[in-house]
Design a protein around this ligand. Structure first.
Ligand code: NAI
Ligand code: UGA
Length: 480
């Protein structure tokens, strides 16, 4: 029986391995982690991450051919294929701080693999890593090994949160990069055989190692660039009276451009887009390509501009101050259908409003009070380290209350900011909400979820990203 071990039981390791276990009953899959609480949660009724369909997959295989364990060394030493899906945060100190990927967790995983291995292994980069990482990993593994043969593969993951199970069941492609040697080709084939249990072979792309590593960074950069492009257009729409939804629709009808990923927003969030582009920028700089680095840097700059622009709209509309005013925040997760808050635009928007002394009342259907308060007190990039190594003190946040539904959040408030596109925010009884708010009552829709005309009829002053402006806002400064 082939044995797979995955180091890192996070958003990628957990769902990916659960699907491999489901689709390959003859393979034994162990997911291991240094975080005891995470592993306990994977073994409980309350999984550590919220992902539609995940619970069902885990329940079908857990205890049969899918195991979650903290006994990292045992499972690694027994495995034929070891996936590594640990954190690769942005460095906060030293060379490349603020841009380069911090490979501390990866390196320690590689050293441990080298130490405990007694048989040949295929080691798979599942984490997103800088191009050429495989070379460094190879050096660590071969330097320490006792005549054991290690083959390194790059198999980056393209799933998106909220649709992870769907994406894993039916991926656009699976990418496998390996060494162009007979041993490398054999390792690629072994991993291909795993995916071929459910992925059509024409969708399994095999490349050299560097192409696979770089394709992952490139794909995320292209996706984020689309959002920054449409967000840049949203500012111009507001200035001219064009409607960004209509512009996106018209542009996306061109089959060369396509309709997906053209929704204007308060900014993209999530654990990877910013981190991976910063990493790409750093690699370009290190390779003497400052023009290329600056090109990609602009994607992040526009994203930051979009978040600042939103906060400025809120403050400028409300008589240039939100000091002491209750502002309802609807949605805190970085997108709908996930409880994940890593790099969510809500953090920057809330911090901007708190900076102007607002009183925030926050509601998100999937994010806990503790998580929100920790996010608002954490330093930039600290979130991307294993939970037990994070140091934020949630009690230091005093101007924030976290409540159990949208009606409570908005009651008595001066304004509402919609920061995540949860479906339930489309269906709220906005008349009831309006009746219970201070007047004038404002709605700032960072996700284009509300029916602007309907809300204006009720009496709200409405700002919706990239939509023709309310007459109230027309003469207000919009620049960040
Ligand atoms: N979240 C996402 O949607 C996607 C993430 N990725 C990439 O996958 C990688 C992992 O991301 P996530 O799963 O989101 O992170 P995560 O933070 O949810 O999970 C990483 C896990 O690795 C564990 N870990 C760290 N060092 C370890 C070690 N030495 N031994 C054992 N366990 C260790 C941590 O405790 C943590 O539970 C990152 O490189 C990320 O860029 C790629 C595609 C999608
Ligand atoms: O490497 C990763 O971590 C993953 O990053 C993204 O997945 P994810 O961040 O989970 O979610 P997305 O659906 O890409 O959304 C990212 C952000 O962009 C925002 N977004 C997305 C689409 C859009 O049109 N407009 C927009 O503002 C979302 O609200 C969210 O804040 C990619 O889509 C995945 O392919 C990739 O594997």
């Amino acid at each position: 029986m082939v044995k797979i071990c995955c180091i890192g039981a996070g958003y990628v390791g957990g769902p990916t391995m659960a699907v491999i276990a489901l689709k390959c009953p003859a393979i034994e899959v162990a997911v291991v982690d240094i975080s005891v609480s995470r592993i306990n949660a994977w073994n409980s009724e309350q999984l550590p991450i919220y992902e539609p369909g995940l619970e069902d997959v885990v329940k079908q295989c857990r205890g049969k051919n899918l195991f979650f364990s903290t006994d990292v060394e045992k499972h690694v030493s027994e495995a034929d294929i070891v996936f590594v899906s640990v954190n690769t945060p942005t460095k906060t100190q030293g060379l490349g701080a603020g841009k380069a990927a911090d490979l501390t967790y990866w390196e320690s995983a590689a050293r441990m693999i080298a130490d405990v291995s007694k048989s040949d292994k295929i080691v798979v980069e599942k984490s997103t890593v800088p191009v050429k990482t495989a070379e460094a990993i190879e050096k660590i593994l071969t330097h320490n090994s006792k005549k054991i043969n290690f083959q390194i593969l790059s198999n980056p993951e393209f799933l998106a949160e909220g649709t992870a199970i769907q994406d894993l069941f039916n991926p656009d492609r699976v990418l496998i990069g390996g060494r162009e040697t007979p041993e490398g080709a054999k390792a690629i084939q072994a991993l291909k055989d795993v995916y071929a249990h459910w992925v059509p072979v024409e969708r399994i792309i095999c490349t050299n190692l560097w192409s696979a590593e770089l394709s992952k960074l490139a794909a995320n950069a292209f996706l984020a660039q689309r959002i920054s492009s449409v967000n840049a257009m949203s500012a111009l729409c507001e200035a001219t009276g064009a409607d960004v939804t209509q512009v996106s629709h018209a542009v996306g009808k061109d089959s060369r451009i396509g309709p997906k990923f053209l929704n204007a927003s308060v900014g993209f969030g999530g654990s990877c887009f910013q981190k991976d582009i910063l990493n790409l920028v750093y690699i370009c700089e290190c390779n003497g390509l400052p023009e290329v680095a600056n090109y990609w840097k602009q994607v992040i700059k526009v994203n930051d501009y979009q978040k600042t622009r939103f906060v400025n709209r809120v403050v400028a509309s409300m008589f240039n101050t939100v000091s002491g005013k209750k502002i309802a925040i609807l949605g805190f997760a970085f997108k709908k259908d996930t409880g994940d808050t890593r790099e969510t635009p809500a953090i920057d928007v809330c911090k901007g409003l708190l900076g102007d002394k607002a009183q925030l009342s926050i509601y998100d259907p999937q994010v806990s009070e503790d998580q929100i308060k920790r996010d608002l007190s954490m330093k930039k990039f600290d979130w991307d380290h294993p939970v037990h190594l994070q140091s934020a003190d949630p009690t230091s946040i005093t101007q924030v209350s976290v409540v159990g539904d949208a009606y409570e959040a908005t009651k008595g408030s001066h304004g509402i900011c919609i920061l995540t596109e949860w479906d339930e925010f489309r269906k709220l009884d906005y008349q009831r909400i309006y009746d219970n708010m201070q007047k004038p009552a404002f709605v700032f829709d960072g996700r284009n979820v509300v029916d602007v005309e309907k809300l204006r009829e009720i009496g709200f002053i409405v700002y919706s990203i990239g939509k023709p402006l309310d007459s109230w806002l027309k003469d207000m400064p919009a620049v960040a």
